[in-house]
Ligand binder design. Structure first.
Ligand code: NAD
Length: 330
């Protein structure tokens, strides 16, 4: 990965025990920063942060962003907030929109208010490609979004509106990162709301048929987690005022369909286990709220933040598969 030169900061990573949050904690600690992690372990796992527990630069607060006192405690002494905590998954939000709203909107506002009141200016947060909703335009450019197709997309759109207004009204340096289908180590393959890549990897390693919703022609801009870490580092460090109050696609700018993605996973895993090449894929009905195609323009991130993806899809997938192979075997 391209090195990012940063002064050392004290960071709050909300959702730091989750998939993306724990990768962020690792990278920040690795470059000599202090990290506070606030997480209620709703979907995150203590195993993801076990390795940092003895690190004097790391502290873990088991708390809830729906609770203002927890947020106030977490922002003490912090320079930069990297807000990741949320309930992810479009299907989860369709099943239970209220919980999604309470965590993703009310919780977001709590963290934003706590940061403002503590005098923290830089507030970088996880938005999502889901805000593009029913817009069919490809590639997706930041200024043209469609209508949301799920409560999850509403919640992320709401985050962007609040962050923009907090920049205008209170001068906070808010920067939203619209993540596109992130994958990599620590992403949970378990449960009804697991993302496609870890679910497929787990199924194949266990010699089960992976289930694709639809005919596999849906395509995504699959983004390796180290690109997401890089975007957070760039957003945390930027001195370009043009970035404040703005949102940036966080992606690679290339797309693969689900059939292609599965073929790549199968081919790679077959080098360890020849039987995997024989496993058939199952196809099921499409899921509500799913968009057919997604591809990001990353021009704005390049221009304003100096971003250049550190990993293309296949390089990231190989690294992720090495990790899953080692960790799902145990
Ligand atoms: N993974 C993706 O492809 C993707 C895509 C777009 C956006 N995002 C966003 O990125 C962020 C991180 O997602 P992830 O994939 O790492 O998911 P994750 O579920 O692994 O991480 C979310 C973390 O937030 C924590 N959390 C949930 N509710 C909380 C609460 N009330 N208080 C405190 N902590 C709470 C969870 O325990 C978990 O550790 C989320 O905001 C998500 O919406 C992810």
């Amino acid at each position: 990965m391209r090195p990012v030169i940063l002064t050392h900061f004290s960071y709050l990573v909300t959702g730091g025990a989750g998939f993306i949050g724990s990768n962020l904690c690792e990278a920040l600690l690795g470059s000599g920063n202090k990290v506070v992690c606030l997480d209620n372990l709703a979907t995150g796992r203590i195993q993801n942060i076990d390795a940092f527990m003895q690190n004097p630069d790391f502290s873990f607060i088991r708390g809830d962003i729906r609770n203002m006192d927890d947020c106030k405690k977490a922002v003490q002494g912090v320079d930069v907030v990297l807000h990741q905590a949320a309930l992810g998954s479009v299907p989860r939000s369709i099943k239970d929109p209220q919980s999604t709203h309470e965590v993703n909107v009310n919780g977001f506002l709590n963290v934003l208010l706590a940061a403002r009141d503590a005098g923290i200016k830089r507030f970088v947060y996880a938005s999502s490609s889901s805000v593009y909703g029913d817009s069919a335009e490809l590639p997706k450019t930041e200024e043209k979004i469609g209508k949301p197709l799920s409560p999850y997309a509403v919640s992320k759109t709401c985050n962007e509106l609040y962050a923009n207004v907090f920049h205008k009204v209170y001068g906070m340096e808010t920067i939203g990162l619209r993540y596109f289908n992130v994958f990599g180590k620590h992403q949970d393959p378990e449960g009804a709301y697991a993302a496609a890549i870890p679910k497929f990897i787990k199924a194949l390693i266990q010699h089960e048929s992976p289930l694709i919703h639809g005919d596999g022609s849906h395509s995504r801009d699959f983004t390796y987690v180290k690109n997401v870490v890089l975007m957070n580092q760039l957003a945390a460090a930027t001195t370009n005022e043009e970035a404040f109050g703005q949102v940036f696609n966080t992606a690679v700018g290339e797309r693969f369909n689900l059939n292609q993605m599965l073929e790549l996973i199968k081919t790679y895993l077959t080098k360890w286990d020849a039987k995997i090449s024989q496993i058939e894929v199952k196809y099921g009905p499409e899921r509500q709220g799913d968009i057919p195609h997604s591809l990001a323009s990353i021009e704005k991130a390049k221009r304003v933040l100096g971003y250049q993806p550190a990993y293309l899809f296949e390089a990231g997938l190989k690294e992720a598969l090495d990790w899953y192979w080692e960790n799902l075997q145990q």
